[in-house]
Design a protein around this ligand. Structure first.
Ligand code: PAF
Length: 277
């Protein structure tokens, strides 16, 4: 497995590859969710690249950029074992040299939900993702459904800016009790880890209600809110029942609907979602 730490090394290596390239973009501290994307890329593309870069521009000033878990040696071992061909591991100065001030400003898809809760977040995501697409030039890029809005923002950017890459979104990988895998789960102490199951339980409740015929989206949001509020360690950021395409909040449930939520468990902010098709 080739480990590339500079843009010049990446460009030299990339030039030599003739076949299709699949890309998995990550911020490291890899888990089974990331590795499932790597496996998918390996099955579908001749070469699989993984990028590891904790992107400072997508964190707000009061967010967890400094505390974000990092373990490059462990990540490289996992990727070697999974069979990635190349890992791009740039430093922040390599990605944002002094004076760099051009950004991608996503449109309406980025305004709600995570975009409303984390101002500037999707501008940072879209900018770094476009840079990584331009550098690595993949034919396909793989994202997790856990970050459903991120996938929607990137799809829209790729369509609007004519970026020649296919976006594949793969199912959320969950722990045995339903908690969506996330590098941020490592922040949780045992009591918080237990409480964190409330996200998936509330999504399951929404699914049951809607599959059982409930069409009033506000009732679904209320029932989810009640369930989460009964968990003392949980504090709701938002609970949403939205149109899966536009992300507009629904009054009446039509499909496909994206049921999503952001909840703070202690000091850890977790997100999750299900799509009802
Ligand atoms: O999903 C993530 O880990 C990040 O937002 C991404 C896509 C790697 C961009 O920094």
């Amino acid at each position: 497995m080739k480990v590339l730490r500079s843009i010049s090394a990446l460009r030299d290596y990339r030039k030599q590859l003739a076949g299709s390239v699949g890309l998995v973009l990550t911020m490291g501290f890899l888990h089974e969710g990331h590795l499932s994307l790597v496996r998918r890329s390996k099955a579908e593309c001749e070469y699989t690249f993984v990028s590891i870069f904790v992107n400072p521009t997508q964190f707000g000033p009061d967010e967890d950029f400094g505390a974000y878990p990092r373990d490059t040696n462990r990540d490289l071992k996992l990727l070697e074992n999974t069979g990635a061909d190349a890992v791009f591991l740039p430093g922040a100065g390599e990605m944002y040299p002094p004076g760099a001030d051009t950004v991608v400003v996503p449109g309406k898809t980025a305004h709600r939900l995570e975009g409303a809760a984390r101002p500037g977040h999707f501008r940072g995501v879209a900018t770094v993702v476009l840079k990584l697409f331009n550098l690595i030039q993949p034919q396909r890029a793989y994202f997790g459904q856990k970050d459903a809005q991120q996938a929607a923002v990137i799809r829209k950017m790729v369509a609007d800016l004519d970026v020649p890459v296919e976006i594949a979104v793969m199912p959320t990988v969950r722990e045995g009790d339903g908690l969506a895998m996330s590098s941020r789960n490592t922040y949780l102490n045992p009591a918080e880890r237990e409480a964190a199951t409330v996200l998936y339980r509330s999504l399951k409740l929404a699914e049951e209600l809607i599959n059982g015929g409930e069409r009033d989206a506000e009732i679904v949001r209320q029932r989810m809110t009640e369930l989460i509020s009964a968990e003392p360690l949980a504090h709701i950021d938002y609970v949403s029942v939205a149109d899966a395409g536009s992300l507009d909040e629904l009054a009446f449930v039509i499909r496909p609907a994206l049921v999503s939520l952001a909840v703070r468990i202690g000091r850890t902010r977790l997100i999750d979602n299900v799509t009802l098709t």
